[in-house]
Design a protein around this ligand. Structure first.
Ligand SMILES: [Zn+2]
Length: 136
């Protein structure tokens, strides 16, 4: 095996590991969300994720996602960013708003079946992959 092949193998190993970490992060995020353990966006948030202008810009930058995955930091606003960016279903957005206890959006208990959970996991996974520069 030459140096080029070794480098590529190393890269694909790292990519596989990162993809596995993202899968675990998305699944654990949703488990904690449905268990009511994720706070509403606010003081416990990452400011890079939380501060979004109407134009969609992040004045403090938004290259923090890889760090959140590595640290297993389930940032409240990261979920909202993912659902918006990945065009998740209305049911997924409703469930997220309910479990994040967003003001005004928690009056009715959402459907919390497997399909909704899966939809949220997929949106988080896709968003994190893209933010980490991987193909979703
Ligand atoms: Zn962040």
């Amino acid at each position: 095996m030459n140096e080029q092949q070794l480098r590529e193998e190393g890269r694909s190993m790292n990519e596989q590991q990162l993809r596995a970490k993202i899968d675990r992060f998305a699944a654990e995020y949703v488990r904690q969300l449905f268990a009511g353990k994720i706070d509403a966006p606010g003081p416990s948030d990452c400011w890079g994720c939380y501060l979004v202008a109407d134009t969609g810009e992040h004045p403090l930058g938004s290259d923090c996602v890889l760090g959140h995955i590595e640290e297993k930091y389930y940032v409240p606003s990261l979920l909202l960013r993912a659902l918006k960016a990945e065009g998740a279903s209305q049911a997924a957005k409703h469930a997220a708003a309910y479990h994040l206890r967003l003001a005004g959006l928690q009056a009715t208990r959402p459907v919390s079946n497997g399909a909704v959970r899966k939809d949220i996991i997929l949106a988080l996974r896709k968003f994190c992959l893209k933010e980490c520069g991987l193909k979703a």
